[in-house]
Design a binder for this molecule. Sequence first.
Ligand SMILES: C[S@@+](CC[C@H](N)C(=O)[O-])C[C@H]1O[C@@H](n2cnc3c(N)ncnc32)[C@H](O)[C@@H]1O
Length: 258
Amino acid sequence: MKTKSSVIEKLITIDNIKDAHRAKIYYQIYSSTQKSAKKEADFIVKVLNLQKGSKVLDLGCGFGRHSIELAEKGMKVVGVDISRSLLKIAKERAKKRRCKIKFLQKNFLKISFKEKFDAAIMMLNTFGLMSDKNNERALEILTNLLKHGGKLLVDLRNPGRLREGKIYKNPEIIKGVRVWTGCVYVKQQKRVIIKRTLYLKDGKQYTYILAVRLYFLSELKKLLSKHGFKITKIFGDFSGNPYRRKKSPRLIVVAEKK
Ligand SMILES: C[S@@+](CC[C@H](N)C(=O)[O-])C[C@H]1O[C@@H](n2cnc3c(N)ncnc32)[C@H](O)[C@@H]1O
């Protein structure tokens, strides 16, 4: 029997394209974000105080943007993602760059490890992709995967910058592909609904809709505290600027397992 949360799960991602095809397109369009991943990885190392040999878990690692950068800096990285095809790309990229990374295809609500990690990261709204209940469940699982004093970094879009009901449009051309993104913040659901259409070079179109849960700092604080974490640092972007509720593009929180 379907639980309520699995129904919500279905509703928050409308994307019926096959995993392999989506991964290929996703990588084609977003491989350019690898440039920002370098800067983000430097930031991660600094704010989490990672050392060579630190064990880092990259949850929802995608095609390995941060996993690879961190492994190159000497961290022992495990990347977990549900998408087999994105992981295939991640593995190929890691091999090309001669990095040793353990990539695992798994739903992060079902992961368990014998080892404990020094740190975990959830980048690019990964924490908000599921139902509220499952996002919280992910925190519960994470608590058991980190060492005492282990660090967690959650990177989310800042809801404080979005006006309720306003449609934000962003037409772009990325690597010759026309990408149209529209998004609207629905306060009642605390989610930003993102509709993106990619006009591929072969004339085909691909549209997907996501409803990403956004958290205000106060809510995130409560959730983290409930699951044994204490927030130690808060930033508004990857340049390390302080978080401003109405202005910052991101809400980046570093928390420590108590
Ligand atoms: C927004 S992408 C971020 C990817 C990557 N962290 C980055 O910054 O490029 C979110 C990733 O989380 C993965 N994901 C979503 N739900 C998941 C789940 N329940 N278990 C494991 N991975 C999941 C998706 O396949 C996707 O690769």
